[in-house]
Design a protein around this ligand. Structure first.
Ligand SMILES: [Zn+2]
Ligand SMILES: [Zn+2]
Length: 119
């Protein structure tokens, strides 16, 4: 079985989930924030244009089984965060809530420690 590669960092994608499915997760979070409606749709539109490259992969997403996987979660996470940080008048609470909602996955993407000598 071949590995999926991220279009952004070219690292192996450990959770083959497509952009669409990841953004659904993001949308849910966005809906749960107390941002005004127009700001929500602005952010939503921006996040849709985050990825401009074609997927490097043929394997389909494990959730929807339709779209190829494009980007790893940590790249997506930092790109969305970037977008949020650049959005004017977004208060710190929203960013903090974003961190809290999505952080659980970012640690999974960290490279495994090289030296586990144990015994
Ligand atoms: Zn990546
Ligand atoms: Zn999907």
């Amino acid at each position: 079985m071949k590995n999926e590669l991220c279009v952004s960092c070219y690292e192996e994608i450990t959770d083959p989930i497509c952009l669409n499915c990841n953004l659904k997760h993001f949308d849910l979070w966005l809906k749960s924030t107390e941002l005004p409606k127009n700001k929500k749709s602005l952010i939503k539109n921006k996040t849709k244009s985050i990825i401009s490259k074609e997927s490097l992969n043929e394997e389909k997403c494990i959730l929807c089984k339709k779209n190829p996987v494009e980007i790893c979660f940590s790249c997506l996470f930092s790109k969305i965060k970037n977008t949020l940080e650049k959005s004017p008048h977004l208060d710190g609470d929203v960013l903090e809530s974003f961190d809290n909602s999505f952080n659980y996955s970012t640690h999974l993407e960290e490279p495994a420690p090289l030296m586990i000598n144990g015994n």
